[in-house]
Ligand binder design. Structure first.
Ligand code: ATP
Length: 352
């Protein structure tokens, strides 16, 4: 091809703003990604898609068919938080993600932190377990035989345990080579016992990685007492959701908690936090969690699609860290910067 523009390598990435603080942190993340990829001579071809409360207004559904159809063509997208509790009852639970959920909790030098040496990753199984909204092919897994009795089914399968265990051990092999399996096999002996046993079996295939295991309640205490000692924590869906919020807050703030959901072929960047309706529209949201989630996504896409996104991902992480270290931070980290001011400061570093 002779056209100059044809030589610019691009990759299509979906962009879904979501609810609450989504319309603030998603555009901030987009600007930062655009700046970082431009600096290495490539570009993102953004594909904006309707989702969430605004999509109920425009398309009559929080997850319109056009969004679903387009996502089947894409291998990567950024999803803002969704506040499904605020939707009409018939639409709740439709936006639940699946796959392997990777949630790092790493203190940022310069930011207020209860556990300033924490540097761990929660690897959370996200397709089954004790979240009744995502563990059945049909139906929700929660039911009420009478108005006064409510039941929920927990589902643990060997296949999903093996998949998440391999993700955890692969990751630990590239980090400090330590995996902690978190379960509650003293009470949920069959289900979380299977989770623990399968993870241990998989662990034997990774002799260089040290393995231990903890009950989830003990793990909560240990994260507070000596969170810096942990490297990779692998656990089922609900335990992972709770422990990753705890770890994020101990390392800094929920507003810094990055996360990606990945299957074999697709990946989605979505911050670990929710829509934060209490601060939505005020310009106070911390965009770091989504920015770092997007960096994780770029790293993955870069490696798979052979595009220079990995360098952009590292530049974004460095720029975020340097910005916080220089004392620019949003209120949740003890700073005074607005979402826009923080974003502008990161962009200035990327352009410097
Ligand atoms: P979900 O169950 O959907 O994950 P949640 O109930 O855990 O949501 P969040 O929406 O994550 O709740 O909010 C929890 C608290 O953390 C709120 O006080 C919110 O303002 C704060 N918070 C969450 N995300 C951010 C952010 N990016 N910046 C600043 N504060 C945040």
């Amino acid at each position: 091809m002779t056209d100059d523009t044809a030589t610019l390598q691009t990759h299509r990435i979906g962009l879904l703003e979501g609810d609450g603080i989504g319309p603030e942190i998603v555009p901030a993340t987009r600007r930062i990604v655009d700046t970082a990829v431009a600096a290495v001579g490539v570009a993102v071809d953004w594909v904006p898609l309707p989702v969430g409360a605004s999509a109920i207004e425009t398309h009559g559904n929080p997850l319109p068919q056009v969004t679903l159809d387009t996502l089947t063509e894409l291998d990567a997208w950024i999803l803002g938080p969704h506040d499904s509790a605020s939707y009409p009852p018939e639409f709740r639970g439709q936006l639940t993600p699946g796959g392997r959920n990777i949630r790092p909790a790493c203190a940022l030098p310069g930011a207020a932190s209860v556990s300033p040496k924490m540097d761990l990753v929660v690897v959370r199984e996200n397709t089954e377990g004790f979240y009744a909204d995502r563990n059945m092919a049909v139906g929700s897994g929660e039911f009420m035989p009478t108005p006064d009795i409510a039941l929920a089914v927990g589902v643990i399968t060997r296949a999903a345990c093996e998949r998440i265990a391999h993700t955890a051990f692969d990751l630990a092999s590239r980090r400090r080579k330590r995996v902690t399996i978190v379960h509650k096999a003293n009470v949920l002996a069959r289900t979380t016992g299977l989770f623990r046993d399968v993870c241990q079996e998989v662990g034997r295939l990774y002799p260089s990685v040290t393995v231990d295991d903890q009950h989830v309640d003990a793990m909560a205490a240990l994260l507070v007492r000596r969170g810096a000692d942990f490297d990779v924590i692998v656990t089922e869906n609900m335990f992972g959701d709770i422990l990753s919020d705890l770890a994020a807050e101990l390392s800094g703030s929920l507003g810094t908690a990055a996360s990606i959901n990945a299957s074999r072929t697709k990946a989605m960047a979505q911050a670990a936090h929710g829509a934060a309706p209490d601060i939505a529209g005020q310009g106070r949201a911390n965009p770091i969690a989504l920015i770092l989630s997007a960096a994780m996504l770029l790293d993955r896409v870069g490696a798979r699609a052979d595009i220079e996104f990995s360098a952009a991902a590292r530049a974004i992480e460095d720029a975020v860290r340097a910005t916080v270290a220089a004392g620019v931070a949003t209120a949740d980290l003890g700073g005074t910067a607005s979402t826009d001011e923080f974003t502008a400061a990161v962009i200035a570093r990327l352009e410097a």
